[in-house]
Design a protein around this ligand. Structure first.
Ligand SMILES: Nc1ncnc2c1ncn2[C@@H]1O[C@H](COP(=O)(O)OP(=O)(O)OP(=O)(O)O)[C@@H](O)[C@H]1O
Ligand SMILES: [Mg+2]
Length: 141
């Protein structure tokens, strides 16, 4: 599996941005990695790469953030805030999956059963020198 090293937060932003042009309606991006790994920072890049002007913050009380002013809508979830898969279903997960937009999920590995087969899984790891390593590949079972 190809791994990429992101030396700085700006690199993480740029890496998210370069994902955006190839994204199509119905795509699902799963971002996995420990607290502070850079999942939200990468999401900022994805949203900016869609040419949205939105300020991206982690969804808390609203549970999902919708960025609709770009090339495609981006629906931003953070499963860390959710108590169960049932709670995610309760906020309309299936409806979001059928929307013509892109779904980005932080902590997607908490409820992997919710993620559709076409999901692209990315694993982000903080290295001792402060850089991050991103690897794309299936979720380890
Ligand atoms: N190389 C790097 N890549 C990404 N972020 C970095 C890097 N070095 C330092 N950071 C910092 O780490 C923090 C990453 O925060 P971010 O909110 O993106 O993480 P997260 O994975 O979303 O965390 P959480 O699990 O709490 O949602 C930011 O403050 C960012 O500036
Ligand atoms: Mg986050």
């Amino acid at each position: 599996m190809k791994a990429e090293t992101l030396a700085t937060p700006d690199d993480a932003h740029a890496w998210g941005m370069q994902l955006a042009p190839a994204l199509a309606a119905g795509d699902v991006i799963a971002l996995c990695g420990t607290l502070g790994a850079g999942k939200t920072q990468i999401t900022r890049g994805i949203v900016a790469g869609m040419h949205s002007e939105a300020d991206v913050t982690s969804p808390t009380f609203t549970l999902v953030h919708e960025y609709r002013d770009g090339r495609l809508p981006v629906f931003h979830f953070d499963f860390y805030r959710m108590d169960s898969a049932a709670e995610v279903l309760g906020i309309g997960w299936d409806e979001f999956l059928s929307e013509p937009g892109v779904i980005v999920v932080e902590w997607a590995d908490l409820f992997p059963e919710l993620l559709p087969p076409n999901t692209r899984w990315f694993h982000i790891e903080a290295l001792p020198d402060g850089s991050r390593r991103v690897t794309e590949g299936p979720l380890a079972k």
